[in-house]
Design a protein around this ligand. Structure first.
Ligand SMILES: *[C@@H]1O[C@H](CO)[C@@H](O)[C@H](O)[C@H]1NC(C)=O
Ligand SMILES: *[C@@H]1O[C@H](CO)[C@@H](O)[C@H](O)[C@H]1NC(C)=O
Ligand SMILES: *[C@@H]1O[C@H](CO)[C@@H](O)[C@H](O)[C@H]1NC(C)=O
Ligand SMILES: *[C@@H]1O[C@H](CO)[C@@H](O)[C@H](O)[C@H]1NC(C)=O
Ligand SMILES: *[C@@H]1O[C@H](CO)[C@@H](O)[C@H](O)[C@H]1NC(C)=O
Length: 481
């Protein structure tokens, strides 16, 4: 009996040690509102040497998709589920809204902790914070350093009249430091202080390069030939973020774990064309269902990725990252989720396991940005209003003041409209084929209707007065839902 017990113990230890030996460190970087045409490996006018080098040492993802705005993409990264099944399909969570990513979902870092990972989050949360249970350190992260909302001031760390920055649960006052530097510094210290006998999961969702457009001059001065102020500042922000990524990469090397670290980089949605971002030659940008809003600048690199200097053509969707990261970590993803485990595909540069996905389904009225779209194979169907700013904008061609306004007049023609594109022949969505191919329209509509049956009504509450930061010493603080 004693022998059997010790034998069992040996087995358990062996299993555990193979699990741990197999588990890479994982760095998951999210750039905010980062455009398709805003990276050096695609556009030589953009200064991103660190991103370019990492991307080229692994695979640039050519067909990696996200949701058109921040909150739904982040919800997918954490849960592996579509936002329209979480009630988060309608725009984003605003500071005074009493809601958060549904608490019955298990977040990726919770699963990673079960596998023995140390888990840390640095940067922007944007998955709700009205009660503590919604916040990062209650949803699987050992530590959190950053802010709960989106779009705050990079220096004063204020959004919508409240301060928003925390070290774990403790409020942090601004010191005037630029937030990209703060985030990078913390990421570097987490890496340098980490005990490498434990696998590390570092989730690094930068505030950059979301508006407000702010950056130390040293970075914007690197773009003397850029004509518009917004674009020059935005590109400075991009280069500051790239420098931050260089610092984090350097920290991994110093620690001796660079080659044991899997690095995943993605934006949460396309560039916001009215705030310096650019997605040319793709159509549209952030907030639209066009490719400019949803086809992500993304790459994978490092531990486990066998191919380098390669542009991976397979389709990946935001919902796939949760099961894919879990699988790379040695875990067993739940097969009952929207996301599919793409780890083998990425590891070996093999065929993608996905040929179909939903861009979004939002039942709000068109003038409130309700819309839906689906891709099946080469075809994409958009139903209703795709979102504001639908053109093909060249970088630095125009300032935002010259864009069309998103008025009801612009929206009206799209109510009840269907568009069909063949993304293989027409990746930039110039030619609407809906009249030419009613049979394909019918097929995609039918499929979209099937998904629609699974929709959870949008959870988009009004303002909760009790959220007022004045009730909490000036900080946006949980405790009012
Ligand atoms: C979470 O709850 C929602 C609403 O009750 C439900 O639709 C969804 O299926 C649940 N998800 C999980 C993973 O339990
Ligand atoms: C932040 O600064 C205010 C004064 O502006 C001070 O009263 C408060 O104690 C500070 N809070 C923290 C967490 O440092
Ligand atoms: C990168 O590290 C250098 C050296 O510590 C520092 O001067 C610089 O500000 C850091 N850059 C960012 C973006 O954090
Ligand atoms: C790292 O963790 C291991 C296992 O818990 C422990 O034996 C070792 O002393 C730790 N190393 C340091 C430098 O703390
Ligand atoms: C990582 O591995 C490559 C290939 O084996 C090697 O050339 C490189 O020096 C290693 N880098 C670090 C920082 O250990």
């Amino acid at each position: 009996m004693a022998n059997l017990t010790s034998l069992l113990l040996v087995c358990v230890v062996q299993i555990l040690s193979t699990v741990f030996a197999r588990s890479p460190h994982i760095l998951f970087i999210v750039a905010d509102d980062y455009g398709w045409n805003d990276v050096g490996f695609r556009n030589p006018d953009v200064i991103t040497p660190n991103i370019d080098k990492l991307a080229r040492s692994g695979m640039i993802l050519d067909s990696s998709y996200v949701m058109p705005v921040c909150t739904p993409s982040r919800n997918s990264f954490m849960t592996g589920h579509y936002a329209f099944k979480s009630g988060l399909q309608h725009v984003v969570i605003y500071p005074p809204q009493a809601t958060c990513s549904p608490l019955n979902y298990t977040f990726l870092p919770e699963k990673l902790k079960e596998l023995g990972y140390a888990t840390h989050a640095v940067g922007k949360w944007h998955l709700g914070f009205c009660k503590w249970e919604c916040t990062p350190t209650y949803r699987g992260f050992d530590s959190f350093y950053g802010f709960y909302n989106g779009a705050e001031d990079y220096y004063s760390l204020v959004v919508a009249g409240g301060k928003d920055f925390r070290d774990n649960k403790t409020p942090v006052n601004a010191t005037g430091e630029y937030s990209t530097h703060m985030h990078a510094k913390r990421a570097v210290s987490i890496i340098s202080e980490h005990n490498v006998s434990q696998p590390l999961y570092l989730y690094l969702p930068f505030q950059a390069v979301h508006q407000p457009l702010q950056v130390p001059e040293k970075y914007s001065n690197m773009y003397p030939n850029v004509k518009t102020d917004s674009r020059r500042t935005y590109l400075g922000m991009v280069t500051a973020m790239d420098e931050a990524i260089g610092n984090v990469t350097e920290a991994l090397k110093k620690k001796g774990i660079f080659n044991d670290t899997l690095i995943i980089f993605t934006t949460d949605n396309g560039g916001w064309t009215i705030h310096g971002g650019n997605n040319y030659p793709l159509r549209g940008g952030k907030t639209t269902l066009f490719e400019g809003g949803t086809r992500a600048t993304a790459f994978v690199s490092g531990a486990g990725i066998q191919k380098s200097n390669y542009v991976y053509p397979g389709i990946i969707h935001a919902v796939d990252w949760m099961p894919t990261v879990l699988s790379a970590a040695g875990g067993l993803p739940d097969s009952n989720m929207d996301g599919v485990d793409q780890w083998d595909s990425l590891r070996t540069a093999g065929e993608s396991k996905r040929s179909e996905f939903v861009y979004n389904i939002d039942d709000m009225k068109p003038e409130q940005c309700g819309h839906a779209a689906i891709r099946m194979g080469d075809y994409k169907l958009i139903s209703g209003y795709p979102g504001p700013y639908q053109g093909w904008y060249k970088p630095d061609q125009v300032d935002y003041r010259h864009y069309e306004e998103s008025t009801l007049n612009e929206i009206r023609p799209f109510i009840d409209q269907i568009m069909l594109f063949n993304l293989k022949d027409d990746p930039n969505e110039h030619v609407d084929l809906s009249k030419k191919h009613p049979d394909i329209v019918e097929k995609l509509k039918k499929r979209l209707d099937e998904y629609h049956k699974q929709i959870v009504p949008a959870n988009f509450p009004g303002v909760t007065k009790a959220s007022d930061p004045d009730n909490y010493g000036g900080f946006w603080t949980p405790g009012w839902c």
